[in-house]
Design a protein around this ligand. Structure first.
Ligand code: ARG
Length: 561
């Protein structure tokens, strides 16, 4: 049961909707005051009365019932106490009966969400900068699915541009088949880096590269074959990482896919009188909207990133008829998205309002950042590998006799990388630290995983009860159940704000409350059978909720640790 909703529906304020009331209702820091509170300060502005008076009047208009046992007005807050027994019973019954559907829903039925994420560049390293888009997108994909939406995961490959001409030039000059075949992305990247170094003294290499790119475009067989081969090698290489992170796509239609789909966009722009010439290029002027012009065609007639993105958006609308199309891309590209969204709007595409740039912050390693051209990149594969290795060392130290230590280290290491990228509000820049993400006592995935192992072990010893009666409840139990209960609304908030971090925080909060309960209330040695049975059921429900939360984030939970 959603108590917040129940309370919001009880409160009637003229001119303020139930949804707004719902948004305002919060959990008071001190449970002595109540289980939920409506701060009346925002209402004071609307109603032109003091918060104290509003709280008082609302209190007088409301009567307690079997769910809300007490209502009080204190210092501008309207406080509600919930009938604890009913609440605990209802929450645990819900979790234990809905199991892995606890928190799920059907509200997205019939709606489609396209999610453009990861969107790697062919022949370039899959580096730590791609971590956020990959795991954020993957989590959003699962979250929307969980709420009944049809989700379409799209890897909008960066597989178009002169860099492929450069690569062909470099490969033909210095490369050999075997090395590249074996080395994959790393070998391709070395060629690319070398090209940039040597082209500094040989500007003619750049002309050659441009010519090769033209040949890819015009369908020259040899160039096209090489390009396809680079692409296949890259995808094969990154698949290893996608497998580890449990990431899937429904489409790999990248930039080159749209090379023959841009003309209709250009034609329409001309027809609608939106294209103007600027220094030989064809652009859409956006001065009126406080933005630099959006370049559609360069002076040599070639297309740009934005042109391809416009063709892609139109294609996705036609192909999937999306209700929303999300672009999980770093905030560095804010302007790009604002520009082409605006141009589509100016073209009269009413669906342009459904395009959303889900921007996120930068990830850097403690050691420093990277640049593809210079070659000093941090490969994501190496970061994950190192995390698994470190996890193994810690596990081996803590529990040398554990079965399948490597399997556990995989889940812990990979989980730490994912969780490290998902725990903070997505727009924040993060500095990735191995010690931080693998801290067993921190706000980390391994802390949550360890808590699950603890719960598992309790259940193994005490058994999973099939039914339970309520004992006299302790404060720790009630706090834990309260934390557990907010999962459904947390999932919805995460979807609405495109913020998987809400779910990560939920998991840490539940784990912390569980551990407090675990240390303060004896489970297996409880004072009587009824209490023991209840505590086992509570442990089971906690494990279920944490499993559901971690499944949405794409993190595995080892049975034992
Ligand atoms: N490949 C691009 C990059 O690495 C990201 C593409 C994002 N998606 C898009 N539709 N523009 O910067």
């Amino acid at each position: 049961m959603d108590y917040k909703k129940y309370i919001a529906e009880k409160i009637k304020v003229e001119g303020v909707g139930t949804d707004e009331i719902y948004e305002l209702i919060a959990l008071p820091p001190n449970t002595e005051m109540g289980d939920y509170a409506l701060p009346c300060f925002k209402l004071a502005k609307i109603l032109r009365k003091s918060p104290v008076m509003i709280a008082e009047e609302l209190k007088n208009a409301l009567a307690p019932d079997e769910i809300v046992s007490e209502i009080s007005a204190v210092n501008g807050y309207l406080n509600f106490k919930i009938n604890k027994n009913g609440f605990v019973r209802a929450t645990l019954d819900k979790i234990l009966s809905e199991k892995d559907r606890f928190g799920a829903g059907e509200e997205g039925k019939g709606k489609t969400i396209c999610i453009d994420y990861s969107s790697i560049n062919i022949a370039k390293p899959f580096h730590i900068g791609h971590l956020s888009t990959t795991v954020l997108g993957g989590a959003l994909y699962r979250i929307f699915n969980y709420l009944g939406y049809k989700t379409v995961g799209i890897n909008h490959l960066g597989d178009y541009g002169t860099q492929f001409g450069k690569l062909i030039s470099a490969y033909k000059r210095w490369g050999d088949k075997e090395t590249v075949e074996k080395g994959g992305i790393r070998a391709l990247n070395e060629l690319y880096v070398r090209f940039h170094q040597e082209a500094e003294d040989h500007p003619e290499y750049d002309d050659e590269a441009r010519a090769y790119f033209k040949r890819i475009e015009t369908g020259d067989e040899e160039c096209l074959e090489l390009f396809k081969w680079f692409k296949a090698l890259t995808l094969k290489d990154v698949q290893k990482i996608y497998d580890m992170l449990d990431i899937h796509f429904d489409s790999y239609a990248g930039e080159s896919f749209y090379s023959d789909k841009m003309q209709p966009i250009v034609d329409e722009l001309i027809q609608k009188g939106l294209l103007t010439e600027s220094r030989g290029a064809q652009v859409v002027d956006l001065e009126e909207y406080g933005m630099p012009p959006c370049i559609i065609l360069k002076s040599d007639g070639s297309s740009l990133y934005a042109t391809r993105d416009m063709a892609a958006a139109a294609y996705r609308k036609k192909e999937y008829d999306f209700d929303k199309c999300l672009y999980v891309v770093a905030y560095q590209q804010n302007l790009h998205f604002k520009q082409f969204f605006k141009v589509l709007e100016l073209m009269g595409k009413e669906w342009s309002k459904d395009l959303v740039h889900v921007a996120y912050g930068m990830v850097s390693l403690e050691e420093g950042t990277m640049s593809t051209r210079k070659g000093n990149v941090v490969f994501l594969e190496d970061v994950i590998g190192k995390c698994i290795e470190k996890a193994y060392t810690i596990i081996d130290e803590k529990n040398p006799n554990l079965d399948d230590k490597m399997g556990v280290a995989q889940k812990v290491g990979v989980g730490a990388v994912i969780f490290g990228a998902l725990y903070n509000n997505k727009i924040k820049d993060i500095v990735f630290s191995y010690d931080k993400v693998l801290n067993f006592d921190g706000e980390t995935s391994v802390y949550v995983q360890y808590t699950c192992a603890r719960a598992n072990s309790v259940l193994q010893k005490g058994g999973v009860p099939t039914s339970f009666e309520l004992p006299t409840l302790t404060a720790e139990e009630i706090e834990l159940v309260k934390s557990l209960s907010v999962f459904p609304e947390t999932v919805r908030a995460a979807a609405e704000k495109y913020e998987p971090s809400f779910i990560a925080r939920y998991a840490v909060d539940v784990a912390q409350k569980f551990n407090k309960f675990y240390f303060d209330c004896k489970i297996l040695a409880a004072e009587d059978e009824r209490t023991k049975n209840f505590r086992l059921a509570l442990t089971n429900a906690t494990l279920q909720a944490l499993k559901n939360a971690f499944a949405l984030l794409g993190i595995g939970i080892p049975e034992k640790m």
